[in-house]
Design a binder for this molecule. Structure first.
Ligand code: G
Ligand code: G
Ligand code: MN
Ligand code: NA
Length: 254
C-alpha cells in the first residue's frame, strides 16, 4: 500500500525516467532500434528497477497511467531527436496486459503519435503472449487497429507463454523476440540452439523479423549469426542507457 502511494506521487512528481537498450542488426552490427525501459528515480532510494515496481503497478492498475506516461515520453523523445537533426531509429515500448485491455488503448497510442507528430513507423509495441491471448477475439481487433495505424507489433518473451501458435496466423505481427532463457545457453546447449533455429525458420517463413534477447557474449552472438537471427539485444552490446548516451551511439553511426 505504501509503495502504491509512492508510485502515485512519483507520477505527479515526474520521477520516472526512460532508458534505451540498443537493438543491433546482426548482419551489419548497426544499431537499428531500441527498447524503452522505464526506471524510477526516487529522491532517497536512487534509481529503482522496473522489476521492483512494475508488478505492484500491474496489481494496482497504476501501470495504465505509468504506461501512458512512457508512451508519451518516448514519442516526445523521438520528436526531440528529429528536431535536433539527430539520427532516429524505431523505439519499442512495452505494453502490459492490463494496458492492452484498456478500451481506449488505440486512442491513447494515436494521440501520443499525433501530439508529437511522430511517424508511426518509429513506434513499436511489445506485447507478451499472455497479454494478447487473454481475450484473443478482442485482441485481434485491437492489434488490427494499431497495425492499421502503422505501428509495429512485436511478441515479447516469445516461447515462454502457454499459448498455441495459432495466433501467429491471425494476428498482424511484425516481430518475435526470443526469450533470453533460450539465448542464455545457446552456445552450450544444443537443444536451445535447435529451438532458436526452429523459431527463426518459422518466423522468417511467416515474414516476421526475429530478435534475440539477453545476448551477453560473443559465443552466443556467433551462434545467432549462424542461425540468421535478424537482430540482437543484450548486455554484450549495451545495457539500457540514458537517452543522451543512446543518441551519442547513434551519432557515431554504429
Ligand atoms: O529494464 P529491466 O530489465 O529491469 O525491466 C524489467 C521488467 O520490467 C521487464 O520485464 C520489462 O519488460 C519491464 N518493463 C520495463 N519498462 C516497462 C514499461 O515501460 N512498461 C511495462 N509494462 N513494462 C516495463
Ligand atoms: O521482459 P522484457 O524483455 O521487456 O525485459 C527486458 C529486460 O531484460 C530489461 O530489464 C533488461 O535490463 C533485461 N536485459 C536486457 N539485456 C539483458 C541481458 O543481456 N542479460 C540479462 N540477464 N538481462 C537483460
Ligand atoms: Mn520487452
Ligand atoms: Na523479454
Amino acid at each position: 500500500l505504501r509503495l502504491e502511494t509512492e508510485l502515485r506521487k512519483a507520477l505527479s512528481r515526474d520521477e520516472f525516467v526512460v532508458y534505451y537498450q540498443p537493438k543491433i542488426e546482426t548482419s551489419s552490427g548497426r544499431v537499428v532500434g531500441a527498447e524503452a525501459l522505464v526506471r524510477w528515480r526516487h529522491a532517497e532510494l536512487g534509481m529503482i528497477s522496473p522489476a521492483d515496481f512494475i508488478p505492484i503497478a500491474e496489481e494496482t492498475g497504476l501501470i495504465v497511467p505509468i504506461g501512458n506516461w512512457v508512451l508519451n515520453h518516448v514519442c516526445e523523445q523521438i520528436r526531440a531527436w528529429r528536431d535536433a537533426g539527430q539520427p532516429v531509429v524505431q523505439v519499442a515500448v512495452n505494453l502490459s496486459a492490463h494496458q492492452f485491455r484498456q478500451p481506449d488503448l488505440v486512442e491513447r497510442v494515436e494521440e501520443a503519435l499525433q501530439i508529437h507528430g511522430i511517424d508511426p513507423d518509429f513506434l513499436e509495441l511489445e506485447l507478451t503472449e499472455s497479454a494478447v491471448m487473454h481475450n484473443a477475439e478482442s485482441a485481434i481487433t485491437t492489434l488490427m487497429e494499431l497495425h492499421g495505424h502503422g505501428v509495429r507489433l512485436a511478441v515479447d518473451d516469445f516461447g515462454t507463454g502457454y499459448s498455441s501458435l495459432s495466433y501467429l496466423k491471425k494476428f498482424p505481427l511484425d516481430k518475435l523476440k526470443i526469450d533470453r532463457s533460450f539465448v542464455m545457453d545457446i552456445d552450450t546447449n544444443p537443444a536451445s540452439a535447435e529451438i532458436v533455429g526452429a523459431i527463426i525458420a518459422m518466423g522468417h517463413s511467416l515474414n516476421l523479423e526475429i530478435v534475440a534477447e539477453g545476448v551477453e557474449n560473443d559465443a552466443q552472438l556467433e551462434v545467432l549469426k549462424g542461425l540468421k537471427c535478424d537482430e540482437i539485444q543484450g548486455f554484450y552490446y549495451s545495457r539500457p542507457i540514458p537517452a543522451d548516451t543512446f543518441s551519442g551511439i547513434l551519432r557515431l553511426g554504429r
